[in-house]
Design a protein around this ligand. Structure first.
Ligand SMILES: [Zn+2]
Length: 647
């Protein structure tokens, strides 16, 4: 891959649903990466779009009494309109009902067939209509229910074409192994590796039970088959670049990052690279799988009426504040919680106090002392230490963005703002000017301006309009050229005059959206009461709030070793759905060997203060029960996703 080309994608969104905060989150991350790529001078192609085929769409349209294509048109347009409202800087919006996409998918099918990867057979199996996927009996829950969505599966027998996915096991494992960053966060890569190591079945890639899909290429002369939606959908990443038609933008392939939600990781991390290998095309650099959003600590659902409407939030609080909040609030890959309180805190504190107010202070000081003039040529003479501190922070940023560590990126990017605000308090320009230290005072203003300029350039991809406003106030424009001058070459700012302006982030005093179900908002922990005691048992009673102060989660032990000098301790790495596994030192060696606990699920107390045991950090505790017979771990009865809360 050329390092001057940057291809960024969102998934194509399924038109069976309207856009919610999860779609907005994926798309905003992708938009941020695309804007950043462009700013650092890379040729960038940013793709989004809609996935419109499959039985579910056919049925949804029928239910509404609509023609299938008309229904798909309607929903697809709601996505496109939302992204246009949100200023999403996509280069192409693909629809799987586009003619050139269909031609490309057929070309891919023929090529895989010619390469010996497709064969025809009969298939009988448990099919989940909702997930449009067959599941082997071994994966079903209670012999009937879909392991992904929990709905009942039906036995379907049909003629089908198969992709020889089983042939790709070794090559896939080699790819994961040789490319430790291919799947982000890394804990997700381990999950995929374990899945593939468990063995892959060949994949049924055509259906005869419905016909809302891409037909097989004509030479197959098999009109009752349509392509499996996932083959059709995944191909969008190359057909959008002209694969199978004009190949016009194929030099952007492979993607720098495919951004997805964690529910579709398996399709992207297993099927997609296998398809690409079959087509002799290079594999993506990163597949980034993010987590879910809850609202006020609760799962969102239509029935609860608590689904966050991204448009509503952006209209009330400002699109850019919302973008900042989402990217700052959650470590990539982890689950995030949306609450108006948390959003307001971020706006008032990070954006209002730290960023907006710094611009105000610059305007105030330069207005009062220098009639608005700001000159930066003496900054290094008086404030080299501050400049060094700022540049040290900025130097750490670039790798974080493409490793999708956006929360860390923004955290680090706020340090220079702290340096600036601290410098004002420390050097006290109001005193310096009285002591006739004119140069020092002007240089301090120059320092503030320089920091605002650098932070704004690095923040541009996240908050394009806000940063453009700040940079304009500093007398220049945001372009790849100015990025190069100020960030890469460290050139000093040209002198400029700054004028008074409205605050960027006026303080928000109260929630701007009506919560539909205020009674479901989490109650604040009550003040400690006298312990109530149940008279029969002599057990202290607690309120539900106290119970929920303990955060319990399901995790999988992904690393285990015996602590040599200890009779009791095992050193474990437990994946609880966070970016990195947690290290837990557990006193269970008498009852469990490292080998037998590895790859099993456990229940973890995750909000204990970290402790040190024999010099090793322990960041959690496993639930266990012990009686005269010894100790056993408490485990979920059925496998649950890592990070699932226990309540
Ligand atoms: Zn399902």
């Amino acid at each position: 891959m050329s390092c001057h080309k940057s291809y960024i994608t969102t998934p194509i969104y399924y038109v069976n649903d309207v856009a919610h905060i999860g779609h907005a989150y994926t798309t905003i991350i992708a938009d941020t990466l695309a804007r950043y790529s462009r700013l650092i001078g890379q040729e960038t192609f940013f793709l989004t779009g809609t996935d419109e085929h499959g039985q579910k769409i056919e049925e949804s349209a029928k239910k509404r009494g609509k023609e299938t294509k008309a229904y798909a048109d309607e929903i697809s347009a709601t996505f496109k309109n939302l992204w246009d409202d949100f200023d999403i800087s996509y280069d192409k919006f693909i629809r799987t009902t586009d003619e050139d996409h269909k031609v490309g998918v057929q070309k891919a099918f023929s090529t895989m067939y010619q390469n010996g990867d497709i064969y025809k057979d009969n298939y009988k199996g448990n099919y989940c209509i909702s997930c449009e996927t067959f599941f082997p009996a071994s994966q079903l829950v209670d012999d009937e229910f879909c392991p992904d969505c929990g709905k009942s599966t039906t036995i379907v027998e049909e003629e089908s074409y198969f992709f020889r996915l089983s042939d790709y096991e070794d090559r896939l494992l080699a790819w994961y192994h040789d490319n430790p960053d291919c799947i982000l966060p890394k804990s997700k890569r381990n999950e995929v590796i374990r899945f593939v190591e468990g063995g892959l079945n060949d994949l049924s890639i055509t259906r005869t039970s419905f016909d809302w899909g891409v037909k097989l290429p004509e030479e197959f002369n098999d009109p009752k088959h349509v392509m499996y939606v996932w083959l059709d959908a995944l191909m969008n990443y190359v057909t959008a670049l002209g694969y199978g038609t004009d190949d016009k933008n194929m030099d952007f392939h492979p993607a720098r990052v495919h951004l997805i939600g964690k529910d579709i990781l398996r399709f992207h991390a297993i099927y997609w690279p296998a398809f690409l290998m079959s087509l002799d095309l290079p594999l993506p650099k990163h597949i980034g799988a993010h987590g879910w959003w809850t609202r006020n600590g609760e799962k969102m659902s239509k029935s609860k009426g608590n689904v966050v409407n991204p448009k509503e939030v952006a209209d009330a609080y400002g699109l850019e504040s919302f973008r900042y909040f989402m990217l700052r609030e959650v470590p990539f890959g982890g689950d995030g919680d949306f609450s108006q309180k948390a959003l307001i805190d971020r706006i008032n504190s990070d954006l209002g106090n730290d960023l907006g107010n710094l611009l105000n202070r610059l305007i105030g000081m330069s207005g009062k002392y220098f009639e608005g003039r700001v000159e930066s040529d003496l900054v290094a003479k008086y404030y080299q230490a501050e400049l060094d501190e700022v540049d040290a922070s900025l130097a750490k940023l670039e790798p974080m963005i493409f490793e999708l560590q956006l929360h860390k990126y923004l955290e680090e990017l706020w340090r220079p703002l702290t340096v600036a605000n601290r410098a004002i308090d420390k050097y006290q320009p109001w005193t310096m000017i009285k002591e006739a230290k004119t140069d020092e005072t002007m240089a301090l203003n120059g320092l503030i301006a320089t920091i605002l300029a650098k932070v704004s350039l690095m923040l541009h991809a996240v908050m394009p309009k806000t940063t453009a406003t700040i940079i304009e106030a500093l007398g220049f424009e945001i372009t790849p050229e100015s990025f190069k001058r100020i960030i890469r070459k460290g050139e000093i700012l040209a002198p400029f005059s700054i004028e008074k302006r409205e605050p960027l982030f006026p303080r928000i005093e109260e929630q701007l959206l009506v919560e539909k179900k205020p009674e479901e908002a989490p109650k604040k922990p009550e003040k400690k009461k006298e312990k109530q005691v149940d008279k029969r048992e002599g057990i202290a009673l607690i309120g539900i709030d106290q119970f929920f102060e303990t955060s319990l989660k399901i995790g999988t032990v992904v690393g285990a070793e015996e602590v040599k000098k200890s009779k009791k301790l095992l050193l474990l790495q437990v994946d609880i759905g966070e970016e990195e596994p947690r290290q837990v030192v557990a006193g269970i060696k008498e009852w469990y060997s490292a080998k037998e606990i590895l790859n099993t699920q456990v229940c973890v107390v995750v909000n204990l203060k970290p402790a040190k045991l024999m010099g090793m950090k322990s960041e959690g505790m496993l639930l266990a029960a012990k009686d005269g017979d010894g100790l056993c771990l408490i485990r979920p009865e059925k496998p649950k996703s890592n990070g699932t809360s226990i309540s």
